[in-house]
Design a protein around this ligand. Structure first.
Ligand code: FES
Length: 127
């Protein structure tokens, strides 16, 4: 069996939602100290729904594919749904990741949660 599924290779070669949102409502940046990979998520939120999401990932193929898939999974979803996204769901949507690459999908979950937390805290400051 190939190391990576076709879906992982597809999202690695043609990442969806790659880039920056200049006027993002929430930004999350996380990293993994062991491998040194870094992931940044930008969210545009309107009426409690994720209207747009973009990412920048400085990391391995699995990290790039995980970020790309995670953005697809949360785009158009309510913030409360996006908050529930697990790394397991990201890995499953990619038709699996090798065990030792599962931490790459954890980065995607953490980056989204961190961006949502940033959005929530900015919202509180504006009240
Ligand atoms: Fe660390 Fe992929 S090897 S995120």
């Amino acid at each position: 069996m190939a190391l990576y599924s076709e879906k992982v290779m597809d999202h690695f070669r043609n990442p969806r939602n790659l880039g920056v949102i200049e006027d993002a409502d929430g930004i999350g940046e996380v990293g993994n100290a062991k491998c040194g990979d870094i992931m940044k998520m930008y969210l545009k939120i309107k009426g409690g729904v994720i209207e747009d999401v973009k990412f920048e990932t400085f990391g391995c193929a699995s990290a790039i594919a995980s970020s790309s898939m995670a953005t697809e999974l949360i785009k158009g979803q309510p913030v409360s749904e996006a908050m529930q996204l697990t790394n397991k769901a990201v890995a499953e949507a990619l038709d699996g990741l090798p065990d030792y690459k599962l931490h790459c999908s954890v980065l995607a979950e953490e980056a989204i949660k961190s961006a949502i937390e940033d959005y929530e805290s900015k919202k509180k400051q504006n009240i």
